[in-house]
Design a protein around this ligand. Structure first.
Ligand code: ATP
Length: 325
């Protein structure tokens, strides 16, 4: 499936984010696998009933990437995010962020991880900002808690609000700001202490399309200017147009990926090409995109043939009669 859009600035932004992240990490060799989930399993037990929320999820995010994770309600997005943010512990598998092993880390290390390594933006603005503080005070608060006060902290607070485009709101309390302004301010709060990774859970869930695009622009700016790895979790498929890579989760597994890359068109104008990939796990299992399954009415079994450079998938067995509807 190949769709061509003309969005030239995303490529430049992504390159800048990668360069900044490489400089921050001290070399390109440390760029791989900033976030790694391998065979991640989370089973919840309630009243003797087991719910398998994640059933062997695989995911690798490079340092400096801006990635969207999409999935329907109940697909396991929040479970994964809770694990990656250090709020929950997986049942089995590997979960590693910025060198921290999330399965085995001590309570003390977990606290340090949550305070200094990761930042969060939640869907509910009330969870992101304190209502009785101004935007500037909200951004300064995590710095104060980390022992950073005075003029330098105030300057950084003003710079971050400018960076996400809400410098004009510095002296306003959340009630005097729009939903989009509040979320952009929340992005500034989340990166106040210079985290390596920013997790955003449905940050645009309560916003209209245009305002959501402004919040995404703020996330892109943070990614590009500060080199922070950004992971946005959402059920909104339209988000794919806002990032270079989108990973789809289905039934607690990574199902497919959409990647956008730059290509020079026939007219010499740079185009962004969108390609869809299925994710192959270590045992060779993969999930076909739902649209492909529907288009060819694939059911029960498919026939596979190995070609020199690809695999073909056909409906049913060779010579099998099509079932009556
Ligand atoms: N604490 C829990 N106890 C029992 N089951 C749970 C718990 N948390 C999640 N689940 C189950 O795990 C599965 C995945 O849930 P999860 O909240 O991760 O999905 P989601 O993709 O984030 O959905 P949504 O978009 O609605 O938030 C669901 O079947 C859910 O009911």
């Amino acid at each position: 499936m190949t769709v061509v859009h003309t969005v030239p600035d995303l490529v430049a932004l992504q390159q800048r984010a990668a360069d900044r992240a490489a400089a921050r990490a001290g070399g390109a060799d440390r760029l791989r696998g900033h976030i790694v989930c391998d065979g991640l399993v989370r089973i919840f037990k309630t009243d003797g009933v087991e719910v398998v929320a994640l059933q062997g999820l695989d995911l690798v995010v490079d340092r400096g990437e801006l990635l969207a994770i999409v999935g329907a309600s109940g697909s396991g997005k929040s479970t994964m995010l809770n694990i990656l943010s250090g709020l929950d512990v997986p049942t089995a598998g590997i979960a590693r962020v910025a060198g921290y092993d999330l399965l085995t880390m001590s309570a003390k290390k977990r606290l340090r991880y949550r305070r200094h390594t990761v930042g969060f933006v939640w869907q509910q603005t009330t969870r992101n900002l304190l209502s009785y503080l101004t935007a500037a005070e909200n951004v300064a608060l995590p710095m104060r808690l980390a022992g950073r006060r005075g003029r330098a902290a105030r300057r950084r607070s003003a710079e971050l609000l400018d960076l996400v485009g809400v410098g004009h709101c510095a002296d306003r309390r959340p009630a005097a700001m729009s939903g989009g302004e509040q979320q952009r301010c929340a992005v500034a709060v989340a990166v106040a202490n210079d985290p390596e990774v920013l997790f955003a859970d449905e940050p645009t869930g309560e916003l209209d399309e245009n305002t959501a695009a402004e919040v995404f622009a703020a996330l892109r700016t943070i990614n590009a200017e500060l080199g922070v790895t950004v992971v946005v979790v959402t059920h909104d498929q339209a988000v794919a147009t806002q990032v270079r890579r989108t990973v789809a989760i289905r039934d607690g597994r990574t199902a497919s990926e959409v990647r956008r890359s730059a290509r020079l068109g026939a007219d010499g104008v740079e185009e962004l090409v969108t390609e869809e990939y299925a994710v192959l796990d270590r045992t060779g299992r993969m999930q076909l995109p739902a649209a492909f399954v529907d288009a060819l009415a694939l059911r029960d079994r498919v026939r596979l043939t190995l070609e020199p450079d690809h695999v073909q998938v056909f409906p049913g067995f060779a010579g099998e009669r099509k079932e009556e509807p």
